[in-house]
Design a protein around this ligand. Sequence first.
Ligand code: ZN
Length: 506
Amino acid sequence: MRKRLIVSAASALSLFLAVPASAADFQPGAPGVGDSYYPTYGNGGYDVSHYDIRLKYQPATDELEGTTTILATATQDLSRFNLDFALNVSEVRVNGRIATFATSGEQELEITPARPLAKGSQATVVVRYKGVPSTVKKYGFTAWLRTPDGAVAAGEPESAWWWFPSNDHPSDKATFDVSVLVPDGNQVISNGVLAGTSSQAGWTRYSWRENKPQATYLATLAVGKFDVTRDTTPSGLPIYNAYSKDLGDNADAARSSVERTGELVDWLSGYLGEYPFSSIGGYVPNVPTGYALETQTRIFYSPRQFARGSNASVVVHELAHQWYGDSVSLNRWSDIWLNEGFARYAQFLWSEHENEGTAQELADYVYSSHPADDPFWTIKPGDPGPDNQFSSAVYERGAVAVHALRNAVGDEKFFRILKGWPTERRYGNGTIPEFQAYAERISGQPLGDVLNTWLFTASKPAVGPVAPGTAVAASLAPGADAGRLPAEPKSWKKIQETNSVHEGER
Ligand SMILES: [Zn+2]
């Protein structure tokens, strides 16, 4: 009892000490999280644990009204803090009290709470807003995609600004509730599990819940008219897929690809470990874009991904991101290789599984088909720069880098690393140096040389990704001429079709 009293007294004392002598001790949070590629993205001074997004959307007019409640913890004494957002805000409350707010830059919403926030304290931030998202352009574009019967939010790195205020950076992950009211006859697709629907007075509310940490760019929303398929994998994972009713010639190819989600997620689990989330599926809205995006548990596919027939390979790519990108997220955008190199490599493994070319053959082909003077080699997958973040070199050379790592450590250790990293870092974040340290720990060998060669050198490596114990093939040797290119692997074209992934949002 006495001990407890002492503890209480100490707690009271620390609370007292947390209140500063004057408001001057409280500083504004930084307007960016400090990402060198996107200096204004994200914000400093707080950490979000949950987003509760309640929307009303009218597909006919693209009018969106919303109230988002953010649960956050101050990581410094805050006089003011920013959110990233693009729509018009009508009211902000912090811990129940009306807060003043202003906008600045392209997407900064500056909030000054009535009472400053002490470091370590929790805050509830309620933002009311409305707008017509398709008409709101930031940096010259909108990530809000209109469809004939509704709209879709799916983009990387920008997507959230047009439908909910956030700390928009993958280093700050949170759980999500997304609840959207739409006119009867429309459906709402979002991340996680459909927790319920209810109808009243001509409007239906769909409530979705993602109960595992999710980066803001991985939150997705679609409103429209969909054919929905629901199932469970043999291992019991719920599957929820949705297809626009007006996909035309692409409808069957889309279904015959995306309906394999359960099979493919189970197959990938063998390489990447237990699937990290409580639901999976994809949706194919009628959008004119050409990319797919690994939106958490509910993958976004453009119909054009299936314009040349079914493509299980793109499904493998986006599913692999559920481990590499979604469960283990980037801490900074420059480490995009940790997402795309591994998602592309999963396609190499699928090609191998389908007898359409081994990973070695694919790596050889990438190496040989780009001559030394090809600008392809000037892009460093380990730090490509914001303009080349989604360049094909990040994917292709990035996957060759993964294969070079495999050759360096051998299959047994490589597959332990491939499965171990997303297992050890589950629901967290990671950087390339942290990955390297992990791979060195598991393999027991230094990997700086191989990773520097394939990730951080702006020229063609002198020798290709040679398999251990084999001679350097003529096509991989220095000075090999293009006339000796290895045969194109059978899977090559399907893998290439994934290159429109992430393109088009600008
Ligand atoms: Zn990808």
